[in-house]
Design a protein around this ligand. Sequence first.
Ligand code: GLC
Length: 611
Amino acid sequence: MHDVPLLGVGVNRHDTTPGASRKVGREVPGDGESHEGKKNRGAARRRGRHARRRTCRRAVLGWCPVTQASRDWWRDAVIYQVYIRSFADGNGDGEGDIAGLRERLPYVRDLGIDALWINPWYPSPLNDGGYDVADFRDIDPRFGDLVQAKSLLDEAHGLGLKVLLDIVPNHSSWDHRWFREALAAGPGSPERARYIFRDGRGPDGALPPNNWRSVFGGLAWERVTEPDGTPGQWYFHIFDVSQPDFDWENPEVRAEFLDILRFWFDLGVDGFRIDVAHGMVKNMAGPDLPYDESGLLDRPSIADHPFFDRDGVHDIYRGWREVADSYDPPRLYVAEAWVEPAERLARYLRDDELHSAFNFGYLKSAWTAADLRRSIDDSVSTLASVGAPATWVLENHDVERVVTRYGRDVTAAGTGHAGKAKGPVDVELGTRRARAAALLMLALPGGAYVYQGQELGLPEVLDLPEGSLQDPVWERSGHTERGRDGCRVPLPWSVSGSSYGFGSGGAWLPQPAGWGELSVEAEDGDPASMLSLYRDGLRLRRSIPSVEPLTWIDETADDVVAFQRGRGFACVVNLGATPSTLPAHREVILASGPLDADGRLPTDTAVWLAV
Ligand code: GLC
C-alpha cells in the first residue's frame, strides 16, 4: 500500500474542512469564501455530473442548503448486502438474526461501507428465503423482533451507517392474512380482489387461464379448492406457488403499501430495495406467450410483456416518491428491475420516481475489455440522461458468486442466476479476476454493492447435498436447476469451531470443508487476502474525486480497460493474454496482484494509479 499525497489518501470524503478540500486538489474555495460556502462546495462535489450541472452554481452563490450532502449520500455510496439468515447467528438456532448482525456491526463499519441493505426479515414460511412475506409490518421471531430492529437501526446510525430494507410489493406469502381471507371468502369477493384470481378455461374450468409460466419453472397459475370443497378458481403467481401476486389495479393494495412504507420510515429506516420493481402492473388480458422449450426458466424477451416492465408501474413509484420525500432527510429507493435496454431502466429513475437501480447489465457483462467498456459507457451515459448515478454490482443472493462465475470458461453468464451454469470452474483464476473486478468496480463513478462474503472471496458452493437444497427452483425445475442456495451458505467468521463462528448451533445450510480458510479471522491482517483488498479499496475510494467523470485512456491496448477520474487518479485492468505496460503514472496506489519484474500489469490484474 502506498500513500498518494495528491489524492489526499486518508482524507475522508465526507470531511468538509478546508484542509480536506485542498488536499483533493480541486475546487478549493477562495480565501474570502465563508465556511458555509466551503461546505456547500463539498456537497456539490459529492454529487454526480448531472447534479453538478444543476447545483454547483447555486453552491458557489452560497445558498445551496447545507443538508444537501447528507440528502445525496446514496449517489456514490457503497452498500453492503446482508442476507440475514446467513450472516451471523446470535441465538444459536442455526440461522442468522438481528442479534448476530448487531454484534458484527463494527466489522461492517470497519469494512468502509456507507449503508446496509438487509434482505427480508418479515414473518415468513421461508419458502423463497423470506421473499414470501406473511406480514409486512413485523419481524420473523427467528430473526428477532421490532424492539431489536429499532436498536439495530439506532446502533447502525450511531456508527454512521444507513440501513435499507427489502420491500416485496409484487406478491405476499400464501400465509398472509389477506390471502387466507381470499381463499375463505370465495369468487367475486373483495378479499379475492386483492390478488389475481381467474376462472379456468374449458367446460369445467380445469385448464389454467393461459400458458404463462412461473419464473421458478412450471405454470404461473394454481387452482384452489373453494370453501364448499369444489375445485375452483386459479390464482396467478410469477414466482413460487406460495407467492400469490397482488392485484395492483386494486386501490386497497396501493394504499396498503404506502402505509407499509411509512411504518418502516417512521421506525428510522433510510430506504428500501424494491423487489421485482418491474413487476406489479399486469395486462391479464394479454395473449399466451411464445416460450422457448430449450430454456425452461428463461422468460421470452418480447415487447409489451404482459407482466414485466409495463408503463403503469411508474405511476406507483411517483406516489412512493412523495412518501419518501415527505421525510427529512428524504428516504431512498433502489430498484431491482431486470429490465433491458438501459433506456428502459432509466425510466424508473426519472426525477419523480426511484433514486437508483442495480446495474444487472454490468453484472452480466463478459470478462472482456470490449464488453466491460460498452457496459460502463451505456450505464453512465443512459442514467446521466435522467440525472441518476450508475451503480455497479457483481454479486447478490440470486447470482453465482463472482469467484466461481469468473472461473468458468465462458464468463458471459446469461442471467447470472446461480445454479444455472454448468461445467468446470478454476477458482484460482476466478479469484484473480474477482480481485481485479473489485478494484474496477470501486473505481467507477456512482454507487456500488457488495454482497456479504464477496469481500472474503467466497466461491459458490456447487456441491450442496441435494437433500439440503431449499430454493424452490430445485423442485419447480424438476431437479434440473439446483437454484441459488450455493451463494447463501452461512458466512465463516473463524478458522474453526462450530459452523466456523457463524453461531453456536450449526448452520442451516452445510458449510463446505475448508470454509474456515476463507473466514474473517483467517483473512484479517493478511495483506494478500480478499478482505484486505476490499478494506484498502473502500478506504482509498473515499479519496477518488467523486464528482469527476470517467475519461477513457486511449493509449493502452484494446484488451485493457483504462480510465481516469479527474487529473489525479487512474484505474487500469488488463484482460489480455500478455502483460501490459502501464500508462504514465506517479505511483501505484493499490493493485489486485503483483506487477511483473518489468513493472508491467499481468493478465487479469487491476491497479489504481496516481497520475
Ligand atoms: C427477487 C429476489 C429473489 C426472489 C424473487 C421473488 O428477484 O431477489 O430472491 O426469489 O424476487 O420475490
